[in-house]
Design a protein around this ligand. Sequence first.
Ligand SMILES: [Mn+2]
Length: 323
Amino acid sequence: MKWTLFIHGDSDGVVSGALAKAYLESRGYSVEVVFTHPVGLLGDLKGFVGDAEGVFIADIALNELHVDEILKFLRNLGESRSIVYIDHHPLPEGIDIPRNITWIHNNCCSASELTFKYFNSLGLDQEYSRVALYGAIGDYLDETPWVKQELSKWDKRTVYLEAGILIQGLEGSRRDHNFKRKVVEHLSRNLLPSTMNELVEKSLKQSIEDEKLRLWVKQNVSKHGRIAYVLNPPGSIGRAANYAKIYGNVLVGIAIEERREGLYVMSLRTDPPIDLNKILRKLSRELGVNGGGHPQAAGARLPKDMFSTFLDKLDKEISLFNL
Ligand SMILES: [Mn+2]
């Protein structure tokens, strides 16, 4: 009796996995954890579902390019197994959702919040709301009505301390899936992140790295109209994009990593009401490049020689907001 969990490796994904594990183990199942991402999901499903009788997927966006094939695969799997898919990333338009799977999708809030509500309704102990809060905070989705209500039931200062240790510790253990599995195990028992020494050490190291990154971005940021950007920052491009926005004092921040010769992989950050997901999906169709994500946190990848065209078009789209 086994379930396999396919989850994202950030704090929202890890927490979603821990909540699922806590519930499923309390019902007598064994649980296996696979870390994946939108582009790798289909391959990982094909490779790792094996003889599991249940499949849980959380915090993995459905990629425009693979969505039909993934849904077809899930529909087939749904004939013989239980499938639960929980996510909060905006969906591609016009998709055909399989009726034989449990489909929980809402842009309202974190995957952690959705996952907690789902398993709590099935009987997961209310005490696990604290674990769910860490995941919500990790995705900056800590101002939803549910989060505010639950935070008031704990000492919220210590919840933020614990969330910070988890978020920073995971950030500092990028591709170390074995370590992340241990974190899932730890959280699935509702143990505090601060009682896991290795996580605390990684989080403290990560904070030093982030401070270096912050100062580097402050000195190296370039501006283009309403956009500020940095190229090849020494650290996470998501964080660097946020700092570029702040220190460029503009509406949109971008951090770019030149992945291999001529390919720019970038992260973008903004504030409401600008919707980067909508803008990037539009530019993606116009320019034939990959792009999308959340409204205020998104990504794109394009050939280096298209970057200045991309910046011009993006700036024009932002100007439409008249901010
Ligand atoms: Mn998430």
